[in-house]
Design a protein around this ligand. Structure first.
Ligand SMILES: Nc1ncnc2c1ncn2[C@@H]1O[C@H](COP(=O)(O)OP(=O)(O)OP(=O)(O)O)[C@@H](O)[C@H]1O
Length: 753
């Protein structure tokens, strides 16, 4: 017995033409059934147009192939072939059916059972592939479809029971599933029908299936068609909602089109198709990885190149000569391009300019470098007087963020009064700088009401300014296995909190802009790779935007952020991609007013009993806090001492060098005493001096003390309420504790989110 599938050719758009293969078999006499199968005439079968993988689109001679499922080919003693219809039922059942001498009526596309599907894309696709391969030797075709085919068939049968490919466009569906089947085992399970209406190529659909992205997110569904239709787009969607692919998918699609049109990968002289600007290096690398992952499943991939510093300018210039998609921080790209008029010329021809996290990149303080770049990209030499002029751009401009300035948002949405807007503050002014191709770019806002991710819960802990370390530790203890991201407003706080938490046996890493690039990436990598136990990243706002670290459970704002958008982006590091997460603000009395303002801004569009309603005040167990206070105090003291010593030796180094250059004798004591400290800085300096003067033995003793404290159990699972009611024997409970921290904060529970 050989094969389950046959193919034939048809003339494009015409009636089926019986192939040599088929003519030969048609001449065979119809024999009586063997086992559960009956011999059948080939024309009575339901032939379907074969689905060819997109990469075979240009494989001449294979247009118009048809195929049929579930037919077995028997070779008779006289060497003739006979085709028998497979029966889904058991052999006995089939025999019974055969006995009743029912005429074969062909295969039915209707499922035998309610949710059963008749065809199996994986099998069809592999069949199509084989057909292409077997063009030279039609006879070997059936042999090639022996055992592996049966296996595939079984698998396909299994899949047919679960799949529900209800797609409106059958041609597209066939392409889609054809391509998916080609993508291997995983794709056997994939139903990609939700992507179909976006008009993507089978290659890209196959890649998306490999990423296991079964359906587009709201921003992808809304923005991709607009971009593919050639519009400039401003896209707004909450954090973690897939904005990267919303612009990356159409870019890669356009690259595929261009590559296909040229036959080969575009030559080096072509220049990049897209430039994506990111405000931070980490985000640029992440976008680059994201696009590479999307392209991994393609038959040929674009060259994706990130330009963020770290590599020599010449090396980056060389890389840029062959780049198809470039992701860059504006300052560095400007540095690289301004030294190469040839490269600059190529960048003037890009098809897409994407500004990710646009509101950040285009605001005061960050826009300067970007502005230089935009001006250069848009400047063309006028033919007549050789004066540089701003040309109407040919490229599409795509601008994405989770937060946009409210005035701009209203204007884009066609509401509000704009005349009163301060131009410098509004993004309108900045958007003008982007030189949109269309007078009115498409504004796609998929979360007009809330900027926050759906699965996010927000909480607030009120505590004294000097108690923040204590309550930070307290919260971390309540979530012993969480991946937590702590945001501070200053580099020095991030520097201090990290070793303090490490002293408390919590795995923590720092992240701030004064760290070398490699150390920054290493911190993110280590933080992301620890699974199953607490892992903490203490970061400044350098990590607030765009970073997509998987499974961050908890975001803690150690300091109340200075702006509402920072709060949105920081909190958006958790509850990404439909997941859940917590965001907790540590709020000191002097931060209450800015916090209120911030919350009412962030939740301004939401309906509810007051804006603050969306952020729950959390009552922490004061008794627990007092129990853990001694260890926090010690951990802090040790960290401060180590930091002061490090800082001291750095300052010493600097001063020694300065003294040497001036040709004077260096005496640190003298120099320090000569400095006139006053005001607020004096106390700090004195504290630093004290911490710095701690001897090794003193430090060792503190460490020993802390170690002893840390070895004691603290049960966080007993709330003050229980203690107050007196219904529970606390000592008994503490005895039963397994050395783990079991507490929870009422109303905020990671598991129950
Ligand atoms: N269609 C999809 N289905 C499932 N997951 C997706 C899909 N598209 C993207 N993702 C995943 O969602 C996560 C968040 O995506 P992305 O980083 O693009 O979010 P974002 O909207 O840009 O967030 P931010 O505003 O914080 O920058 C990523 O891990 C990404 O792989």
């Amino acid at each position: 017995m050989e094969g389950v599938k046959k193919k034939r050719k048809i003339a494009a758009g015409g009636e089926p033409q019986v192939s040599a293969k088929k003519q030969k078999t048609k001449a065979q006499p119809q024999k009586s059934t063997k086992k559960a199968r009956r011999a059948i005439a080939l024309d009575s079968l339901r032939w379907k147009t074969s689905k060819l993988p997109a990469m075979l689109d240009d494989a001449e001679g294979f247009y118009g192939l048809e195929e049929v499922d579930d037919v077995e080919v028997f070779r008779n003693a006289d060497n003739t072939l006979e085709f028998r219809a497979a029966d889904a039922k058991s052999d006995t059942a089939s025999e019974a059916a055969n006995d009743s001498a029912d005429e074969f009526e062909g295969f039915d596309d209707e499922p035998a059972e309610k949710d059963e599907q008749p065809t199996t894309p994986a099998v069809e696709q592999s069949g199509a592939k084989r057909e292409a391969k077997g063009k030279k030797d039609a006879k070997s075709d059936t042999k090639a479809e022996s055992k592996p085919e049966k296996k595939a068939d079984k698998k396909a049968d299994k899949k047919a029971k679960t799949a529900s490919p209800l797609v409106e466009d059958p041609q597209l569906e066939s392409n889609v599933f054809g391509a998916l089947a080609d993508a291997g085992d995983m794709q056997d399970e994939a139903d990609m029908s939700a992507w179909v209406s976006l008009g993507l190529s089978p290659q890209l659909l196959s890649s998306l299936a490999k990423l296991k992205f079964a359906k587009p997110t709201a921003i992808q569904a809304a923005a991709v068609p607009e971009v593919l239709a050639g519009h400039d787009v401003i896209g707004k969607a909450s954090t973690g909602s897939g904005k990267t692919l919303a612009f990356a998918i159409p870019i890669v699609e356009r690259w595929l089109d261009a590559t296909e049109a040229e036959g080969e990968t575009p030559p080096e002289s072509k220049g990049p198709i897209a430039l994506i600007l990111s405000p931070t290096r980490e985000l640029a690398h992440q976008i680059s990885d994201h696009i590479k992952a999307l392209c991994e499943g393609l038959p040929t991939s674009p060259f994706v190149c990130s330009v963020t510093g770290g590599l020599a300018v010449q090396k980056q210039q060389r890389q840029l000569t062959k780049a198809d998609i470039v992701i860059a921080t504006p300052g560095r790209l400007w540095e690289v391009l301004s030294g190469s008029p040839e490269l600059m010329g190529k960048f003037k021809e890009i098809g897409f300019l994407v500004v990710d996290e646009a509101d950040r990149l285009l605001t005061e303080g960050h826009f300067k470098e970007a502005e230089q770049l935009f001006n250069a990209l848009d400047r063309y030499e006028a033919e007549e007087n050789d004066e540089p002029v701003q040309d109407q751009t040919r490229r599409q401009t795509l601008v994405f963020s989770a937060t946009f300035h409210k005035g701009l948002q209203q204007k884009l949405a066609g509401k509000g009064k704009y005349g009163l807007m301060n131009q410098q503050d509004s993004m309108e002014y900045l958007l003008k700088k982007l030189n949109f191709r269309e007078e009115k770019p498409k504004f796609v806002d998929v979360n007009p009401v809330s900027q926050m991710a759906e699965g996010l819960k927000e909480g607030l802990v009120e505590c004294g300014a000097m108690e923040k370390d204590l309550y930070l530790y307290n919260i971390l203890l309540l979530y012993p296995n969480a991946r937590s991201l702590i945001f501070t407003n200053s580099i020095s706080a991030a520097r201090r909190i990290t070793p303090m938490l490490q002293n408390l046996n919590l795995t923590s890493y720092p992240l701030h802009s004064e760290m070398p690039q490699k150390a920054r990436l290493r911190s993110i990598e280590r933080f992301s790779s620890i699974n199953g136990k607490a892992s903490i990243l203490v970061a400044t706002d350098v990590a607030a935007r765009g970073l997509d670290i998987p499974n961050v459970d908890l975001v803690i704002h150690y300091h109340v952020p200075r702006a509402a958008d920072a709060y949105v982006h920081r909190s958006g590091r958790t509850a990404r991609a439909q997941k859940t997460g917590l965001s907790i603000l540590l709020c000191a009395p002097e931060e209450v007013v800015p916090t209120r303002r911030l919350i009412s801004k962030v939740h301004s569009e939401r309906k509810g009993a007051g804006k603050n309603h969306f952020v729950q005040t959390l009552d922490m167990d004061r008794k627990l806090a007092s129990r853990i206070k001694p260890r926090v105090t010690l951990a802090k003291k040790i960290a401060d001492s180590v930091l002061a010593k490090e800082k001291g030796s750095k300052d010493d180094d600097w001063m020694r060098k300065a003294a040497e250059e001036l040709g004077v004798e260096y005496d640190s004591e003298e120099i320090e005493n000569a400095g006139k400290w006053g005001g607020r800085g004096r106390v700090r300096k004195e504290k630093q001096k004290e911490a710095r003067s701690m001897t090794k033995a003193e430090l060792g003793a503190l460490r020993g003390e802390l170690k002893a404290l840390l070895s004691q159990r603290v049960n966080t699972g007993v709330s003050e309420k229980y203690i107050a009611t007196g219904l529970v024997d606390i000592d008994e409970l503490l005895k039963g504790a397994k050395g783990e921290f079991l507490g929870r904060v009422d109303g905020l529970d990671i598991e129950s989110l």
